[in-house]
Write a protein that binds this ligand. Structure first.
Ligand code: SF4
Length: 119
């Protein structure tokens, strides 16, 4: 699969959250996010301060998170291309690559709802 298809598929996986209000996403992520549970249970991961190892550790935590798509949707909406760190199981670099694909997909969907492009 080429990278464009990969990000298109990933953006398509977020379509179901397009109409979910931001405050609902935030509630779900803060309630059920794996990283939130780690902190509230005083079981904070062992951050090293090294960017590569900390990114790998964050990615491992995210990989087992039950709300990673909701988290990714929220991050794309709120931080957009200015995103930093690992959120939604993706590095900031991957989210920056995903962001324009996600925006274009949402624009097409809105255009379809509005009756398509005007002549
Ligand atoms: S996907 Fe990662 S950053 Fe987002 S809530 Fe889950 S563990 Fe936290």
């Amino acid at each position: 699969m080429n990278p464009d298809d990969h990000f298109e598929e990933m953006a398509a996986g977020l379509d179901r959250y397009a109409t979910v209000p931001e405050d609902v996403l935030l509630d779900v992520v803060t309630r059920d996010g794996a990283c939130m549970w780690l902190y509230t249970n005083e079981n904070e991961p062992s951050w090293t301060g090294d960017e590569v190892s900390d990114r790998e550790l964050a990615a491992r935590i995210c990989a087992g998170c039950p709300v990673r798509r909701e988290c990714l949707e929220l991050e794309l909406r709120t931080a957009g291309p200015a995103t930093v760190g690992v959120w939604g199981a993706l590095s900031d670099e991957d989210r920056r690559a995903l962001y324009p694909v996600w925006v274009a997909r949402r624009s097409r969907a809105e255009s379809d709802v509005d009756g398509g492009p005007s002549a």
